[in-house]
Each structure stands twice: as C-alpha cells, then as structure tokens.
Write a protein that binds this ligand. Sequence first.
Ligand code: GLY
Length: 281
Amino acid sequence: MKAIIVHGGAGKVHTKEEIPPRIETCKKAALSGFEILKKGETSIDAAVEAVKIFEDNPLFNAGKGSYLTEKGEVEMDAGIMNGNTLKIGAVSGIKHVKNPIELARAVMEKSKHNFLIGEGAEEFALKNNLPLVPNEYFITERTKKLFADKIHDTVGAVALDEKGVISVAVSTGGTPMKMSGRVGDSPLVGSGFYANERFGAVATGIGEDIMRAVLTFRIALYLEKGINTAIKEAIAYLTKINGKAGVIALDKNGNIAFEYNTEMMFYAFMKDGMSDPEGGI
Ligand code: GLY
C-alpha cells in the first residue's frame, strides 16, 4: 500500500481568495509525492518532494513566504524522520538555506547528529552543496504585513511506501513576529513530528502548545484504538490544555487521518485506488 497526506498549515484564513490556490498546492504536493511512491522510491523521497513544493511557494509559511521575526528576518525550522530506522534530522534558526527540509534530510543521512542549529547548520549545508540564498529571498510583500494574531502555519507530509516504511517531513518559518532565537515544535521529535513502524504524524499550529502536549508522540498512547480515534484523542487533550493545532497522520495499513481544533487546516491526500488527490480545509 502506498499513501501520502500533506498539510499546508492550520490556523485562520487570511482572505477567501487565498483558499483555492492553497488547496490546489496541497493537491499538487500530494500528487507529486505519490508519483514518487509509484516509481518505487522511498517515503523519505516522497515526503521531501511534497514539502519542497510548499517551501518554494510564497503562499505558505515555510521556505519562501516564511513569517518574519520581530527583527524583520526569516528564521526557519525543519524536521524529518524515518519510521523504520527511527533516524531523525532536524534544523533550527536557518536563515539562508533555500530548502530547509533538504538540510534536515542531510543531517539525518550524512551527519553523526540529529539536530543542528544556526551557523553550524548552515556550514553543514554549504559542505553538502545545498543552495543558499540571501535572507531577503524568503521575505515577501505579504509576510511584511502579517502580525501575531494571524496564525496560519507550517507545512508537512506523511508518506507510506511500497516497502511499508512510513516517513514524515515538516518545515516552517515559525510564528509571526516571534522573538529572534525562538524554536517551535517543528524540529522537535515527538512534538512537531514522529514516525515509527506503526504510524507517522506531523503537527501544525502554535508550537508552544504542541510542545506542552508532546502532540505527535501522544498519538502512540492511543493508537490501539485506531489512527482516527488516536489523533482525535490527541487533539482533545490539546484542547483540554488550551492549545491550538492540527495533525495529519497515517498508519502502516495506509489509513489516513487528520484532525484540528483551529478554524481550518489545508490538507490533501492520495493513496492506492484513488485517481486524483482529495483536498480541502
Ligand atoms: N508550528 C510551528 C511553530 O510554532 O513554529
């Protein structure tokens, strides 16, 4: 069974005009990831491909289009995990790497560490020939106008390949007008992302809340009830502690699940037996 689910952020809708192109991009990301799975490539390849589509699109808070810090700069986080090997790659405070998810992947596959930050992470990107760009590349007219009350954040993907391996990938510019140096949930294993041999999940929403709930690992606590109930219970717990977020997930049988307690969450998915991706908010 091959399957992929992606999200383009949970939060509030800025303008109605933004809804159709965002949903279309979610479908494009799901379809592109699924094409990779169909070629027999890995769930890591599929999840990275899907996340890169969001990172390159200025409508999403990841890569180009990331929210600005209080200082008017972009500082990005990303994380990746292979549910079979349990290998992790995470990066934080990234200011120049064009696709932070590729750097997270390089950390997982080519370094002896799990998590690199700031300058050291970018030196590692340079050594691995990943494209670097000026910080201005990430800043858009749209993000210059966004302020803290308009959460609408993060992108992510969960994929299952033909070999039964589940992988997850997540990338974000964090929250609007965050303090410089702030780290959200997205690069934190168990909070922003988690995968093992039974399920994979990524979160989107307010990082400070997601961390308090250890949201994606929390799903494992309820998994015997099935992935749909498990993510509902994880979000119910978050609601109980006054947190706001969304989660996408799939299990080893290709069952797809998503849940959120925000106003909306952009998502799309595709699996064997479907001719087109399904998406919505
Ligand atoms: N969920 C992304 C962040 O809070 O940074």
